[in-house]
Design a protein around this ligand. Structure first.
Ligand code: ZN
Length: 84
């Protein structure tokens, strides 16, 4: 399966329409927007219609947030503590 369209996203949790590369069947399901999920989990999902998994030409999407995004935010909030 691959992502056809992301319908909504909150932080890294999203709901998307997944599409089968083989028969074109679509399915609405949720996911987790990180590199591991895009790269390894989505292509391993099997289609409910034809039972096949993603093909070897599958290209993972980039995550909306880079791995360092939340780390950066926490460092940034530390910096904003009032100085004595
Ligand atoms: Zn299919």
């Amino acid at each position: 399966m691959k992502i056809k369209e992301i319908i909504s996203q909150y932080r890294r949790d999203f709901t998307a329409i997944y599409e089968c590369e083989h028969c074109g069947a679509t399915k609405k399901s949720c996911g987790y927007d990180d590199d591991y999920f895009h790269r390894w989990v989505i292509p391993e999902m099997s289609c409910e219609q034809c039972g096949k998994k993603g093909d070897k030409n599958y290209r993972p999407l980039a995550t909306k947030y880079p791995a360092s995004a939340f780390l950066y935010n926490s460092i940034h909030s530390l910096k904003r503590k009032p100085a004595l």
